[in-house]
Design a protein around this ligand. Structure first.
Ligand code: PLP
Length: 394
C-alpha cells in the first residue's frame, strides 16, 4: 500500500492514475490533461521528449550507474564541464546528490564546515520567512513552514527575516559574528505560496555577505532553468553556493547538484584529511541522470528556452490583465509562474476536480491556485489553463 505525500490518508480522495504522458499531456484511462504543474515544476520540456528519452536509453545500454567513490565516468564529467562553463562567475565545483533536499543539506553543511575549517565558530543560518528548502531535517529547520513546527522548539540556530532590506540590515548588524550563511529562494518563493520579491533585496544581501564574510546560498531548486524568466537568478546576483534540482534532469530522474565557487572549494582544499567534505549519497552522479541533464541543458540552449518563457509571461499577462474577483487577494506573475492568491482557502476546495473535468491537471494548496507549465506549451494550451483558472471564479 502506498503512503502518499502531504496527505491525511484517511480522508484523501483517490489520486488520478496516469497511464501515459506525452508533451504537455498526462493521460488517464478517461481523460487527457494538460499538466499545469509540470510534475512539481520539473518537466520543462514536456513528457516523453524524444531526445531526452534517447539520452537515457543510449546510456542505459552502456551502464545505468556506478558509484563516484573511487570511480568516475563520462556523463558526470561532461555535465560538470558544461555546468562550469554555463553557470555564472566561478561557480565551478559540482557536488551531486539524489534530491533537492539533500543538495540543500550539502550546501548548509558546506557553509558550516567552511567556517570550522578556518577555525571560526559560526552556528547560525539566516533565512527568509515563508521559505521552503525541502523536507529533510536541516532543510525543514531553515525553512519556515507551520507544518514542521512539531519538529522544533525554539529554533536557536536559524533566524528568519522577511524580504525587506531594513530587516536584512538589522539581522546582519545583530548576528553577523555568528552567521555562517544566508540561504534564500531567490526572487520567487515557491512552496511558501509563490511569493515574489525584488532583486534589490538580493543585491543588498550580496553586499552585506561580502562585508561580513558570510556565505550566500541560492536555493534555485525551483527557480533554476528559467522559471523566473531569467536562466538563473544567479545570473543577476552571484551566490557563493548554488543549489539546482527539479528541472535539472528535465524531470526525468531525481537528481540535484550543489555548486560551490572557488572560495568555498578552497576552504576544504589542503593536505589535512579532516578538512574534506564528508558526504556521499549512494546515487550521486548517476549516469542516467547526468546524461539526461546534459541533454536537457543542450535543448534549453539550442531551442532558446528563454524566449519561450518570455512568450509564456506575455500571454499570461495579457490573459490575466485586469482580472479580479472579490475572493481574490492578489494575482502574481513572474516568468513561467502565475499564482492566484485567494482570501480564504475554502474557495479552492473542489477546484482540482473542476479542472480535471476540463482537461487540466492542477494542484492548488492553501490559498494558492497556480500554474507552472512546461515551457513547450502552445499558446492555445496555455490560454486553456488560464481560462480554467478564471472559470472557477465565474
Ligand atoms: C522542491 C524544493 C526542494 C526540495 O527538493 P526535493 O527534490 O523535493 O528534495 C528544495 N528547495 C526548493 C526551493 C524546492 O522547491
Amino acid at each position: 500500500m502506498i503512503w502518499y505525500p502531504y496527505q491525511q490518508m484517511k480522508t484523501m480522495k483517490p489520486p488520478y492514475k496516469v497511464v501515459n504522458a506525452e508533451g504537455v499531456y498526462l493521460y488517464t484511462e478517461d481523460q487527457k490533461l494538460i499538466d499545469s504543474v509540470s510534475s512539481w515544476w520539473s518537466v520543462i520540456h514536456g513528457y516523453k521528449h524524444p531526445e531526452l528519452t534517447e539520452a537515457i536509453k543510449s546510456q542505459a545500454d552502456r551502464f545505468a550507474h556506478v558509484m563516484l567513490g573511487g570511480l568516475t565516468h563520462e556523463p558526470v564529467e561532461k555535465l560538470s564541464e558544461k555546468l562550469k562553463e554555463w553557470l555564472p562567475g566561478d561557480l565551478d565545483y559540482c557536488f551531486y546528490s539524489d534530491s533537492g533536499s539533500v543538495a540543500v543539506e550539502v550546501a548548509l553543511k558546506m557553509a558550516l564546515q567552511f567556517n570550522t575549517n578556518r577555525k571560526k565558530t559560526r552556528s547560525k543560518v539566516l533565512s527568509l520567512t515563508r521559505s521552503y528548502h525541502g523536507d529533510t531535517f536541516k532543510a525543514m529547520e531553515v525553512g519556515d513552514d507551520e507544518d514542521y513546527h512539531f519538529a522544533f522548539g525554539e529554533k536557536k540556530d536559524v533566524i528568519h527575516i522577511p524580504t525587506e532590506i531594513p530587516a536584512l540590515e538589522e539581522a546582519f548588524k545583530l548576528y553577523h559574528d555568528n552567521l555562517n550563511c544566508f540561504i534564500v529562494e531567490p526572487l520567487l518563493q515557491g512552496a511558501g505560496g509563490m511569493q515574489m520579491y525584488d532583486i534589490s533585496f538580493l543585491e543588498r544581501a550580496r553586499e552585506l555577505c561580502d562585508e561580513y564574510d558570510v556565505l550566500l546560498i541560492f536555493d534555485e531548486v525551483a527557480t533554476g532553468f528559467g522559471r523566473t524568466g531569467f536562466r538563473f537568478v544567479a545570473d543577476l546576483v552571484c551566490p557563493d553556493i548554488l543549489v539546482l534540482g527539479k528541472a535539472l534532469t528535465g524531470g526525468y530522474i531525481g537528481h540535484a547538484v550543489t555548486v560551490a565557487n572557488h572560495k568555498v572549494y578552497q576552504g576544504f582544499y589542503g593536505d589535512d584529511p579532516a578538512l574534506a567534505l564528508m558526504h556521499g549519497p549512494t546515487f550521486m552522479g548517476n549516469a542516467l541522470a547526468c546524461s539526461v541533464a546534459l541533454k536537457s541543458i543542450e535543448l534549453f540552449e539550442k531551442e532558446d528556452y528563454i524566449s519561450k518563457i518570455s512568450r509564456i509571461t506575455d500571454i499570461t499577462r495579457r490573459e490575466m490583465e485586469g482580472y479580479t474577483d472579490s475572493r481574490i487577494k492578489e494575482i502574481r506573475i513572474m516568468g513561467g509562474c502565475v499564482c492566484i492568491e485567494v482570501r480564504d482557502p475554502a474557495v479552492l476546495e473542489g477546484y482540482q476536480q473542476f479542472a480535471y473535468e476540463r482537461g487540466v491537471f492542477s494542484r492548488p494548496f492553501l490559498n494558492y491556485m497556480y500554474a507552472m507549465v512546461p515551457y513547450v506549451i502552445t499558446e492555445q494550451e496555455l490560454v486553456k489553463v488560464l481560462d480554467t483558472m478564471k472559470a472557477w471564479f465565474q
